[in-house]
Design a binder for this molecule. Structure first.
Ligand SMILES: Nc1nc2c(ncn2[C@@H]2O[C@H](COP(=O)(O)OP(=O)(O)O)[C@@H](O)[C@H]2O)c(=O)[nH]1
Ligand SMILES: [Mg+2]
Length: 174
């Protein structure tokens, strides 16, 4: 199973998503701090909203196997800059919550997430659990475990650790 790190502005639905992934009833809790031992690492929205604290998000990302930008479908503006994936050494996905909102603008939020460089974008409704199973399926797969030599080989090809090897190319023997 992949350990997931969630970042996004306050009210985006990160804590609700954490509860939906655990199969819990939604209940409001103000996120005051970050705990990295859980399967899902939730973070306070204030980190994403402050220029100084946002650097901390990069540090938390190292504790996870996959990093998610969480944005509600009805968010009026975008906090995440284009190509931000370049400072995250993990696969980056986008999660759009509140797809049920009457003010939802999914194409716009999708565009923001694509600009950030997300590999995949999931649409969820934390209240009805729509889309949660698809996300759980993605997370259920274990991350690839590489030896240092294998990681170095991938790096020499200009690949990320999590990218598949090109067809016909294998790790050198030994
Ligand atoms: N309609 C709807 N409301 C949601 C959804 N996800 C979260 N919420 C509500 O949005 C508010 C903020 O959610 P929360 O998970 O605390 O956001 P966080 O600040 O990112 O952790 C709460 O009142 C949630 O009940 C969703 O998918 N649909
Ligand atoms: Mg929260």
């Amino acid at each position: 199973m992949k350990k997931l790190f969630l970042m996004g502005r306050s009210e985006a639905g990160k804590t609700s998503l954490t509860q939906a992934l655990k199969g819990e009833e939604l209940h409001y809790v103000k996120t005051q701090y970050t705990v990295t031992k859980d399967d899902t690492i939730d973070s306070p929205g204030e980190y994403a909203e402050s220029k100084r604290f946002s650097v901390g998000l990069a540090c938390f990302s190292f504790e996870a196997d996959v990093v998610a930008i969480v944005q509600a479908a009805d968010e009026p503006y975008n906090l995440f800059s284009p190509s931000l994936r370049s400072f995250i050494l993990r696969p980056l996905i986008g999660i759009i919550t509140k797809t049920d909102s009457p003010y939802a603008n999914v194409p716009m939020v999708k565009q923001w997430l694509m600009n950030a460089g997300c590999d995949r974008i999931f649409l969820v409704n934390n209240v009805t659990r729509e889309g949660i199973d698809e996300l759980m399926e993605y997370l259920a797969e274990d991350p690839a475990q590489l030896t240092l030599e294998q990681a170095k080989f991938k790096q020499s090809l200009g690949l990320n650790e999590w990218d598949p090897l090109p067809e016909g190319i294998d790790y050198p023997a030994g």
